[in-house]
Design a protein around this ligand. Structure first.
Ligand SMILES: C[S@@+](CC[C@H](N)C(=O)[O-])C[C@H]1O[C@@H](n2cnc3c(N)ncnc32)[C@H](O)[C@@H]1O
Length: 499
């Protein structure tokens, strides 16, 4: 089977669940035209036959897999062809399957150009092309049911997919399976979606199921998803809710409920927000106490105290790292030699540092990215809030410090300017804000991504002054006492106020 691109078998129960999503009016007509794209060993073909469908076709690139299916499914029409440049003679009532997932950069050369021709950029995954081609091959009123990674919901380069979906019809159902272990080797965050190629006649909602944890087995997933969908209700495996259709105004798509409030301002109006400083070679620039004690006075000028994600405790920071921040104050190796301790440390890493990525105007011993450096220095004496750029913890870790720390590359910095820093600290660490932020499209698998782009456009609800003061007071209390027991009090105040 070595001529297959990304063959991974879908569990039988997941295929069954997807087949159960076919609309009732199609299920009763057993001869609707169906195509399984990248049919592999035929897990969908088998499920479709068992459900009584008679007009089934499958396309598979791998000769071995095609032959395997030809023997096993004599009543299915099979094509041994590349779906991406296959000239179909007809359109389909239903296209279903688990297409290959492989990023452009990892595709064989022959497939790359086909993906670019269909999707229009080199940052795509092959499954984007499968979605677009399938939308094209559906009849009006036809349905597309795929299981794919979640990336096309938020990736900038997948905007074309989101637009094409909106322009040609609508998503009727989404089942977000997160990082559930479904496949043998890799477990990307996947979702099942059902798209209908039809313009919306009346206001209709998307039904969204999201799995509660990732250890459920396919059989349970199948049964509980069916139950949740038929009762329109959540159960122990899935959350259930309905939301308005995504529109062209939706910057990213998400499976979290929308949180809306009418009176708000943007976080960027009350905070400076920026990324941290990237050394690009940690071992060379971080100093331990002993190394630090060897620096002479001139060398100490390069010493900075820096906060990394691991120092963000939520509300407060704990510890910091000493770094040598080498920038354009030193411009040649000869100059570097006049700082003997620094030279000795850096030169031992020269080979590796020379081959790492750095801008053409830099020397090998410079930091990789010092965007915002001047700004960040000017904020040294002000209260700053740091948050890990990518965070796995279950509660938000916005962490305030009044110490003269700089942020390293794995944290985002907020510098409150027109708001009480403790009010912002309390609000950003609240449960409400966490849910709001997830609904803004910030989830990456089991982590949350705090980026300058998403954070800048965060909407903060307007609270009256008394409420702001209350939140600030509790937040200061948590910060001073390093005790998070009172987090809940802030959650309560916010939920009462935003009712
Ligand atoms: C993720 S596997 C899924 C297999 C099967 N549908 C299942 O769910 O068990 C994707 C399948 O697509 C096939 N494939 C990859 N690229 C293809 C292409 N360009 N055209 C047709 N099939 C392709 C692979 O050989 C593989 O069998």
């Amino acid at each position: 089977m070595n001529d297959a691109i990304a063959f991974v078998q879908t569990p039988k129960d997941i295929a069954k669940l997807m087949i159960s999503l076919i609309s009732e009016n199609k299920k009763i007509q057993k001869n609707i035209s169906i195509l399984d794209t990248g049919c592999g060993k035929g897990i969908f073909l088998k499920g479709l036959q068992e459900a009584g469908f008679t007009n089934i076709e499958g396309i598979e690139l791998s000769k071995d897999l095609y032959e395997f299916c030809s023997k096993k499914f004599p009543h299915v029409t099979l094509y041994n062809d590349d779906y991406l440049d296959w000239m179909s003679l007809k359109e389909y009532d239903l296209i279903i399957g688990n297409p290959p997932y492989t990023h452009y950069n990892s595709l064989p050369r022959s497939s790359r150009s086909k993906v670019v021709r269909i999707v229009g950029n080199k940052e795509s995954d092959i499954y984007y092309a499968f979605i677009l081609k399938s939308i094209e091959l559906l009849k009006e009123g036809g349905e597309l049911i795929f299981i794919v990674p979640y990336g096309f919901f938020f990736n900038t380069y997948a905007k074309v997919i989101r637009e094409r979906i909106i322009d040609n019809g609508y998503l009727e159902t989404i089942i977000d399976l997160d990082e559930t272990r479904l496949f043998e080797d890799e477990n990307p965050e996947t979702l099942i979606f059902k798209f209908v190629k039809k313009s919306l006649e009346s206001q209709q909602n998307i039904r969204i199921l999201r799995i509660k944890e990732r250890n459920f087995k396919p059989n349970t997933i199948n049964n509980k998803a069916a139950e949740s969908l038929s009762k329109s209700k959540e159960n122990e495996v899935f959350t259930y809710y309905e939301r308005a259709m995504f529109t062209h105004e939706s910057e990213v798509w998400t499976t979290y409920p929308e949180k809306t409030f009418s009176d708000f301002y943007l976080l960027k109006e009350v905070c400076w927000i920026g990324v941290g400083l990237v050394s690009g070679f940690e071992q060379a620039f971080i100093l331990d106490e002993e190394e630090k004690s060897l620096l002479n006075d001139e060398e100490k000028e390069f010493l900075v105290k820096s906060i990394k994600a691991k120092h963000c405790q939520g509300y407060w920071t704990d510890g910091f790292e000493y770094y040598l921040l080498i920038d354009k104050r030193i411009n040649s190796e000869a100059e570097l030699k006049s700082y003997p301790t620094i030279h000795k440390k850096l030169i031992s890493h020269k080979d590796s540092m020379t081959v790492r990525y750095f801008p053409a105007s830099n020397k090998w011993f410079h930091w990789q990215a010092l965007r915002n450096y001047a700004k960040l220095r000017s904020f040294l004496t002000q209260p700053k809030i740091f948050v890990p750029s990518l965070d796995r913890s279950t509660e938000n870790r916005f962490s305030l410090t009044e110490e003269p720390y700089l942020p390293s590359g794995d944290v985002l910095t907020l510098v409150p300017q027109h708001k009480n820093p403790f009010f912002l600290l309390g609000y950003l660490n609240s449960k409400f804000f966490r849910e709001y932020y997830l609904s803004a499209g910030a989830r990456r698998g089991h982590r949350i991504s705090y980026t300058q782009r998403i954070m800048s456009n965060v909407k903060i609800p307007v609270f009256d002054q008394e409420t702001e003061n209350k939140i600030a007071k509790i937040a200061k209390n948590i910060f001073d006492g390093k005790n998070t027991a009172k987090r809940k009090e802030i959650d309560e105040i916010i939920s009462i106020n935003l009712k």
